[in-house]
Write a new protein. Sequence first.
Length: 134
Amino acid sequence: MLSIQRALNDHLDALPGEKWPIAWENREFNPAGQHYLRPTLLPTERVGAGIGTAAQNREAGIYQIDVFIPARGGKGEALLMADRLASHFRRGTIIQNHGLNIRVRSASISAGTTTADYYQVPVEVRWLTYTDNV
């Protein structure tokens, strides 16, 4: 699972254009009222791709990237970044990294929500890969 997360994180880190701060999982981060991204890997299934223990595993999941901007400033900036992310992780993209070929199945933008300090727009990237059964 770590190789999958690293490959997806590396692809996010290679997003062209303006770089936003990224709140990586389990790392200290203080956004201090600025815009930022927060990726989260959500594995959904690992099943045999064939018969027997030597068959590869078919692994799938969601790589959710939450876009945060300060609240009460409109949603345009968040939606522009969400569009950039969906394009960068567009359907059919193959991320070749860390010995894996991860295929992006879809990239969807969900409705935004507002908290006291931030407006958040989730971008849901559904992915699929095959790994050895070790």
